[in-house]
Each structure stands twice: as structure tokens, then as C-alpha cells.
Design a protein around this ligand. Structure first.
Ligand code: UDP
Length: 236
């Protein structure tokens, strides 16, 4: 039995770039698709949000002189590009899936609808929610909190390149220690960078737990669903 019945999986765009340092690393993409297929085969209902940081971030664009709203729209389009790539990789491993978009852009994806998404997931199809919230000044962390709450997911699984939440950034501070679990309140009071504040507050207010784990190690997604304690649980 899988630990969760319905999940919202958040993948960062940046992870998709793999060792290339930019764009989409096909090896990483295919590894993700295989890991996702593995848990779909366990009967887990899966919604996915993927970021766009490997292509464009509105805030970084604004720093270079881009209009912020247009930059954010470019960022949202980047998430659509990544979602289509993931959809195609899932097709290749024989996993049924569909892309929904928060901004109308048929025929690239179906316009987001909560009930259609739930119906598809109940029938074993994975739904990839692209274009974030559809609005500028948000991130895909907020997009995944929103979708996770809407689709009534049991948990948001945040697949990152670190294996959980630490007292400080483990890539910068070697003395940092990992939490087995932590409350949202503590995340906020310690100013830990698990997600941005808007996303954290949304999960906290709506009681959606987050499990942070390292998605870049093959088999880890299944380990989480098998109940292995390899990451950090953030909860109320
Ligand atoms: N974005 C947005 N609204 C949303 C979600 C995303 O404007 O609801 C834009 C924003 O510019 C963001 C970019 O899309 O920087 C890419 O998303 P994000 O930075 O969250 O990607 P990640 O860091 O997960 O790769």
C-alpha cells in the first residue's frame, strides 16, 4: 500500500537542466518519467507542477530590464515548455497523462478545471498543471500549493536536489543539520527557504503537508511512497 492516495508532485525547472546547466537534460527528464511511472503503477493518483527556472524567471528578467509582468508571463510559458517535455517523456514510458494550462492555450493543453483533473486522476491518468497560477507575481511553489489544495491532495511532494529541510543551506554551511519533520510555524520563524512565503502560508492555512526529498536519486520517489523516511515532513 502506498503511503499517500493522491499527491501533488512539485518539480523544479532548475533540476530539469541536469548537468547541462541550462534547458532540458533528456537523461534527467527520462529518469523523472521512470520514477513517476513507478508510483503510478502503485495506484497513486498524481498531479504534477513543474517550474520554469531552467528557462526563464520573471524576477531575474526584471533585474535585466524586462517588464516584470511580461517576464512572469515568459516564466509561465517556460513551465508549459517543461510540462510538455515531461508529458512527452511520460508518453514514451507508456504512462497516460495530460497537460492542463492555467492560461487558455488550446490545443497545447486543456484549460485547467479541478473536476476534470480529479476525474482523470481517478482513472489513472497523470495531470500536469502548467502555467503556474496564471497570474504574475507568483511562483510555481504557490501554483503547486494552490493546485495541491484544490485537487485535495494528501500531500505535496517537493522533489529537490537536497534530501530535506536543514537548519541552514547544506550546500553552503557544512554544520547544517537535517530536520526529520518541522512545523510551518518554525519554518517561518527560522526563515527557512523551503518554499516562498506565499506558498508556505497557503499550505499552512489549508493544512496541506509538504514532504521535501531528493528527487535526483533514482528510486527515491517510490521510497517516499513506500513510507521510507528519506526527507523532511513540514506540517501544522
Ligand atoms: N510564474 C508566474 N506565476 C505563477 C508561476 C510562475 O509568474 O503562478 C513565473 C515567474 O516568473 C517564475 C517563473 O514563472 O519565476 C518560473 O517559475 P519558478 O521560478 O517557480 O520555477 P522553478 O524555480 O520551480 O524552476
Amino acid at each position: 500500500m502506498a503511503r499517500f492516495k493522491r499527491i501533488l508532485l512539485k518539480l523544479s525547472g532548475e533540476s530539469l537542466q541536469g548537468e547541462q546547466g541550462y534547458g532540458i537534460d533528456v537523461k534527467r527528464l527520462n529518469e523523472y518519467a521512470e520514477q513517476i511511472k513507478e508510483i503510478a503503477d502503485m495506484g497513486v493518483q498524481i498531479g504534477i507542477v513543474i517550474g520554469g527556472g531552467n528557462i526563464f524567471r520573471g524576477l531575474a528578467g526584471a533585474g535585466k530590464g524586462f517588464d516584470r509582468v511580461k517576464g512572469d508571463q515568459m516564466g509561465m510559458c517556460a513551465t508549459v515548455v517543461n510540462s510538455l517535455a515531461l508529458s512527452s517523456a511520460l508518453d514514451s514510458v507508456g504512462q497516460k497523462n495530460r497537460v492542463m494550462t492555467a492560461i487558455r492555450m488550446e490545443p497545447i493543453g486543456e484549460f485547467y478545471n479541478k473536476w476534470k483533473a480529479i476525474e482523470a486522476m481517478q482513472q489513472g491518468e497523470i495531470v500536469i498543471f502548467s502555467a503556474g497560477t496564471g497570474s504574475p507575481y507568483f511562483t510555481t511553489d504557490t501554483g503547486s500549493s494552490l493546485r495541491g489544495i484544490e485537487i485535495e491532495a494528501d500531500v505535496m511532494l517537493k522533489g529537490t536536489r537536497v534530501d530535506g529541510v536543514y537548519t541552514a543551506d547544506p550546500e553552503k554551511d557544512p554544520t547544517a543539520t537535517k530536520f526529520h519533520d518541522i512545523t510551518y510555524e518554525e519554518v517561518l520563524s527560522r526563515n527557512l527557504k523551503v518554499m516562498d512565503m506565499t506558498a508556505t502560508a497557503m499550505c499552512m492555512q489549508n493544512n496541506l503537508p509538504i514532504y521535501v526529498f531528493n528527487m535526483d536519486i533514482k528510486g527515491n520517489l517510490k521510497r517516499v511512497l513506500d513510507g521510507e523516511e528519506i526527507g523532511t515532513l513540514v506540517h501544522n
